[in-house]
Design a protein around this ligand. Structure first.
Ligand SMILES: Nc1ncnc2c1ncn2[C@@H]1O[C@H](COP(=O)(O)OP(=O)(O)O)[C@@H](O)[C@H]1O
Ligand SMILES: [Mg+2]
Length: 347
């Protein structure tokens, strides 16, 4: 549905050149909820604005619904953009217009009749839970209600894609949850493809199917959200996952740990498992079968888009060979193992 190829965006200001995007290639499939996570300044807003060409890439191509937006003329671009709705962190509503009038605005600008407008706007107010609020002005609404108005307005042209730029970043956790639920609903009901950017792993975790990690203008990691949690590869992804799971090694242990094993150390592992493997007692099995002692330092069960994933940090004691074999066995059963370091035996 969306395909970015080698997209680069350079900003030139009077005293600096900023490479905001350094050759981004990514594909979003129809019906996906695709999340892009990154720290502030990573290039997220620039990237999402390149998808509807609010920001023109310095290089590379942007193909949306089989149409190369970087090569078409203004009129064709205006038309193609109707296929792409967008919402923002700060809602961007007009305070002088009611909820109904805000949602109706894009259709008014297109010159549609009152009747046509009404037959589109009312069902959208219904869908977003705003029917009662139709005649209210934005200053009477909560943040969550304002974002619902923005969502309804973004849907008036029946777009195939919705872009969300930090759409829940100024909302409290409960309101965030209800807006994410609404996005998930419309993704399913309208078969809408959603691309969202965020700096919060909670958002990715609760509604995204795919995720890309953006760092300093580059995608450093990409895959299913479950895979990212089970087995983050880049330092930045590890950091996001750690923050979201609140799994931290005790400081005393971290201080004792070494990067390389010696004859007097034993490994500290991060073990993650999901789906079927979460249900079978593999850990108990390896302890017995490979004669190991396992000290569970932390354990955490996570639900990601209705799937359970378990993450544990453990110290493993036993013969080096047996530990190697146990790791190989667990990996063959689909568990992900990362050696975090080596701790000296405490006597
Ligand atoms: N219009 C602009 N002019 C100059 N620099 C910009 C402009 N927009 C963004 N940048 C720079 O590009 C980088 C990425 O910004 P942005 O895409 O807004 O990141 P994010 O949304 O991840 O916080 C930052 O270093 C920012 O300062
Ligand atoms: Mg931004």
């Amino acid at each position: 549905m969306i395909s970015l190829k080698d997209v680069e965006r350079v900003y030139k200001t009077s005293n600096a050149t900023v490479h905001a995007l350094k050759g981004i290639t990514l594909n979003v499939k129809q019906g996906e909820i695709f999340g892009i996570i990154g720290r502030s300044g990573a290039g997220k807003s620039t990237l999402i604005r390149c998808i509807n060409l609010l920001e023109r890439p310095t290089r590379g191509s942007v193909i949306v619904d089989h149409c190369n937006l970087t090569t078409i003329n203004k009129e064709a671009l205006r038309h193609a953009r109707r296929n792409i709705g967008m919402i923002f962190q700060h809602f961007n509503l007009l305070n002088s217009r009611t909820v109904y009038q805000n949602v109706a605005l894009p259709l008014e600008l297109m010159g549609l009749s009152k009747k046509e407008i009404s037959s589109t706007v009312h069902p959208l107010l219904e869908l977003t839970g705003l029917t009662e609020k139709a005649n209210e002005y934005p200053y009477h609404l909560s943040g969550g209600q304002k974002q619902r108005v923005a969502i309804a307005r973004a849907l008036v042209n029946k777009p195939k894609i919705l872009l969300c730029d930090e759409a829940t970043s100024s909302l409290d956790p409960k309101t965030t949850h209800s807006i994410l639920q609404l996005l998930r609903d419309i993704n399913e009901k309208l078969n809408l493809t959603i691309v969202l950017i965020t700096h919060e792993m909670e958002v990715i975790k609760s509604i995204c199917t795919e995720v890309a990690v953006l760092h300093q203008g580059e995608i450093v990691e990409q895959g299913s959200v479950l895979a990212l949690f089970a087995d983050p590869k880049s330092d930045i992804a590890k950091e996001f996952v750690k923050a979201a799971t609140r799994l931290e090694m005790p400081i005393a242990l971290r201080r004792r740990m070494r990067p390389q094993p010696t004859s007097t150390t034993h490994p500290v592992l991060r073990i993650s498992f999901m789906g079927q493997s979460a249900q079978e007692p593999f850990i108990a099995y390896v302890i017995q079968h490979y004669e190991l002692t396992v000290n569970i330092i932390q354990a955490h069960l996570e639900t990601i888009r209705d799937e359970a994933i378990g993450i544990m940090i453990v110290e493993v004691m036993g013969s080096a060979d047996n530990i190697q074999n146990a790791i190989a066995f667990l990996e063959s059963k689909g568990l992900h193992i990362e050696v975090l370091g080596h701790a000296p035996r405490s006597t």
